[in-house]
Design a protein around this ligand. Structure first.
Ligand SMILES: NC(=O)c1ccc[n+]([C@@H]2O[C@H](COP(=O)([O-])OP(=O)(O)OC[C@H]3O[C@@H](n4cnc5c(N)ncnc54)[C@H](O)[C@@H]3O)[C@@H](O)[C@H]2O)c1
Ligand SMILES: CC(C)(O)[C@@H](O)C(=O)O
Ligand SMILES: [Mg+2]
Ligand SMILES: [Mg+2]
Length: 347
């Protein structure tokens, strides 16, 4: 259906419009092979299975994630296979290895993309940056995308709670004439709340911007800046952490999520509202050039190249872990660990 978002009309698909029963009917003869069992793999594969679809998982044998798949109830030789065999058995191949890992495994996947199959991504990365990835799908398969707008962990948790995480969908190639039905049915099947339309290029450029920006990179940057200023001015870690992070995640963001920013503001003092209304624009103006530089770096492919280069190294996991450790061991997040323990519900 078409829905107005502000003054802009967009194509969206809701669960009312495309119920689960219809999705099951569309995919009744398909074998959905979920390749990769990292973060999105488990979320999507388990939701699809619980929604009644025929799902198998393809994962490297003798790996931690193979063991995780077994622990989650996937049965070797029945619903869990090595990547090659899963690709052979699947009629829809959900390529959910890490974006860098997809480059190495592409020749294996490609070999099993026989006419009429569908190749499914959760990111526009591989085909948009085909000059860097070499991922060029054959012309006689459908190439589709469902990109959940959140972590696979949240996708699964929200499904279990009877909620849904929103996803975008896109069709890059419709070889069978069935790509639209297939992609929407898969989007509903993986547990999306509603689906909004995009294309592969817009998905990857917005997604890379969002995660480097307000969703992950910018938020940590702003937290760190305010925490440092409070500490430099003699405030304790408790005070600085509560005033920077804890109040935001526990008290104010849930209000924003429920009813918008103005409503959260309206539930704070007039003193707070006066200050926040005065200061949001200087913060926007100070950070906008950084967002513009970020978007440029995404648009020119620099961000994709950096991600491929660093995540293709054999020791990339160890390197990432070192950098995460630096965050974890910073005073702000050490304070956070204590504050979390002190939440009454955690006692
Ligand atoms: N993490 C998320 O929640 C999330 C959200 C939306 C979209 N996505 C997209 O979904 C896709 C999967 O992302 P993810 O975060 O779940 O991946 P991930 O980084 O967790 O990796 C998934 C799996 O790939 C395997 N892998 C990596 N390199 C490999 C190689 N060379 N050979 C064999 N296996 C290899 C890993 O062992 C792991 O099991 C990506 O396209 C990503 O951009 C992820
Ligand atoms: C969960 C995110 C940040 O939305 C996703 O884009 C990812 O790459 O993991
Ligand atoms: Mg992303
Ligand atoms: Mg994202």
């Amino acid at each position: 259906m078409k829905l107005k978002f502000g003054n802009v009309e967009e194509n969206v698909v809701t669960r009312e419009e495309f119920p689960l029963e219809k999705a099951r009917e569309v995919l009744k003869d398909e074998v959905i092979a979920v390749i990769g069992y990292g973060v999105q793999g488990p979320g999507q594969a388990l939701n699809l299975k619980d929604n009644g679809f025929h799902v198998i998982v393809g994962q490297r044998k003798n790996s931690k994630t193979w063991d995780k798949a077994v622990a989650d109830g996937w049965v070797p030789g029945e619903t869990l296979f090595d990547i090659e065999e899963a690709c052979e058995r699947g009629t829809i191949i959900q390529f959910l290895l890490s974006d860098a890992g997809q480059i190495a495994l592409w020749p294996t996947v490609k070999k099993h993309l026989t006419p009429g199959k569908a190749l499914y991504f959760s990111h526009g990365f591989g085909v948009t940056y085909k000059d860097k990835t070499g991922i060029i799908p054959p012309a006689d398969v459908d190439v589709i995308l469902v990109a959940p707008k959140g972590s696979g962990t949240s996708l699964r948790r929200m499904f279990v709670e009877g909620r849904g995480l929103n996803s975008s969908y896109a069709i890059y190639q419709d070889a069978t004439g069935k790509a639209k039905d297939r992609v929407i049915a898969l989007g509903i099947g993986v547990g999306s709340g509603y689906l909004f339309e995009t294309d592969f290029y817009r998905e990857v450029t917005s997604d890379l911007t969002g995660e480097r920006g307000t969703l992950m990179g910018a938020i940590q940057g702003i937290f760190a800046a305010q925490y440092e200023v409070l500490r430099e001015n003699g405030h304790t870690p408790s005070e600085a952490f509560n005033e920077t992070v804890e109040e935001l995640t526990q008290s104010l963001m849930p209000l924003v999520a429920e009813n918008g920013m103005d409503w959260m503001y309206a539930n704070c003092s007039t003193t707070a509202q006066r200050g926040a209304l005065d200061w949001w624009k200087p913060f926007r103006d100070a950070t906008k050039p950084v967002f513009e530089a970020l978007y440029e770096s995404v648009k020119t492919g620099k961000e994709a190249q950096k991600s491929i280069d660093s995540n293709s190294k054999p020791d990339y996991r160890e390197k990432l872990e070192e950098e995460l450790k630096e965050l974890r061991e910073s005073e702000m997040w050490q304070a956070g660990a204590v504050v979390r323990q002190l939440r009454p519900e955690n006692n």
